[in-house]
Design a protein around this ligand. Structure first.
Ligand code: GLU
Length: 446
């Protein structure tokens, strides 16, 4: 690898849709590679397609990269560089490397500008794929512009890469067939040839190339609303098709920059595994303090907070319970939607069938709840899960654990699934717990 030359990379997206995960990953590899070599990272908006390019898509791309901490050193917009392309088309025509021609047999009224193909073998060594040889004869005299004002992709890319002195072109493998054409044009224009690295595609978990139709794929910036942390998304994407060659799975941007090695990028596609993304997110959430975690989930609770049942001290107590079960915000959203947190704030309804343990009967259930009420009333220590458990455990073992623990848990939460009764007792506190047991008993005695 030529490392004497200053490293300059570019991310060159066409803003024709919201920025997706594939683009983010390509940008990330360009960013990591540039920063690893103390180089420059350029963003170039390839917005020459006037019909499909939209400023809001460009903005979405920039917002996404900013959110993820990939700061660019320079920004260009191709639509503002028309004159530069014109100049270079003229140069190619003047040097007989291009000529005006009839478009095609079907449409001879629309002339185009064609590149005069020298018909030779183009060879290059891709930093990921190795030696590549391509006979360009089969390409014929390909089109580089519709007219002098309207260049097409191959021409603009080569002119920009040349003038911006891009040293390394890192882009998706779908571009590999463009490279021979672009090498021919750059040679005709006398630009220095950059190094190429064609990055493996991201594969769908269902096979084939990952696409916008895969259900787990959303515009990258929207993962932010789902509570995916930027560090986690960066970490996740860096590991698709690359790894540091050791056991590490959690790496910060700085660590990635320090250790990123383009020669370790694999040749074949890397799978997109959304569960892995959520797992990585949880590893970053684990680093949060309880206060930080409370802030993280706070937006989801604004509605609840404005209701009379809301109690901040209860909220404080359930943070660790929520936290344990949270990979990302959608998990908390689901807990809220499913009503799994309601009983912390309000007396749940009691279904007098469900409260009876499957091996017990109504009379037994009443007896055990009365005993629990008695034991808890008489309990005088600090009301922690462990200590309350101690006070109930002998009785529970005596009558069979399920016979006591099931109705007790159900009386407190009104749900088949909830944390264990001791956690619930400690969280709800002595007074509320006793009220709930009394309420369950009154329902059973009706
Ligand atoms: N603008 C092209 C695209 O969006 C990428 C150009 C390149 O990386 O060479 O696919």
């Amino acid at each position: 690898m030529n490392t004497e030359k200053k490293v300059i990379t570019r991310m060159a997206p066409s803003p024709t849709g919201k920025f997706h995960i594939g683009g983010v990953r390509t940008a990330l590899f360009n960013y990591l590679f540039a920063k690893h070599h103390n180089g420059t990272f350029i963003i170039r908006s390839e917005d020459t397609d006037k019909e499909r390019s939209k400023p809001e898509y460009e903005e979405n791309m920039l917002d996404t990269l900013e959110w993820l901490g990939m700061k660019h050193d320079a920004f260009y917009r191709q639509s503002e560089r028309t004159e530069i392309y014109q100049e270079h088309i003229k140069k190619l025509i003047d040097s007989s490397n291009a000529y005006e021609a009839e478009a095609s047999k079907d449409n001879p009224d629309m002339p185009v500008i064609r590149f005069k193909n020298p018909n030779k073998i183009v060879k290059f060594t891709d930093l990921i794929l190795g030696d590549i040889e391509f006979d360009t004869t089969e390409l014929g005299d390909f089109v580089i512009a519709r007219n002098i004002e309207t260049p097409i992709y191959h021409l603009t890319v080569v002119v920009d890469d040349g003038l911006m002195e891009i040293s390394h072109i890192l882009r998706g493998q779908e571009h590999i067939n463009n490279t021979p054409r672009q090498i021919l044009i750059l040679e005709a224009l006398g630009f220095e040839r950059p190094e190429y690295a064609h990055i493996p595609l991201i594969m769908s978990p269902r096979g084939g190339k990952l696409s916008k139709r895969d259900p787990e794929v959303i515009p990258a910036y929207e993962y932010k609303d789902q509570g995916i942390l930027p560090e986690a998304l960066v970490n996740f994407l860096a590991f698709i098709g690359w790894n540091p060659g050791d056991e590490r799975e959690i790496m910060s941007m700085d660590e990635l920059i320090a250790d990123f090695d383009i020669s370790k990028v694999q040749k074949s596609g890397g799978a997109f595994n959304i569960d892995k993304m959520h797992w990585i997110n949880k590893q970053y959430l684990n680093e949060f303090s309880d206060t930080e975690f409370a802030e993280y989930i706070a937006p989801l609770f604004t509605e609840l907070k404005s209701t009379p049942i809301y109690d901040e001290s209860v909220m404080q107590k359930i943070i660790p319970i929520i936290r344990e079960r949270t990979n990302y915000l959608i998990d908390v959203q689901d807990m809220i939607t499913d009503g799994e947190l309601d009983y912390y704030f309000a007396q749940p309804e009691i279904d007098t069938e469900k409260i009876i343990w499957k091996k017990d009967v109504k009379e037994g259930t009443i007896r055990h709840l009365e005993e629990a009420h008695e034991l808890i009333s008489n309990f005088n220590g600090e009301f922690t899960a462990d200590l309350v458990k101690e006070s109930l455990w002998i009785y529970a073992e005596e009558v069979g654990k399920g016979n006591l623990l099931w109705p007790l848990r159900y009386a407190l939460s009104g749900r088949d699934k909830s944390p264990d009764p001791f956690t619930l007792l400690a969280t709800l506190g002595k007074k509320t717990s006793l009220e709930r047991i009394t309420f369950a008993l009154s329902e059973l005695n009706k």
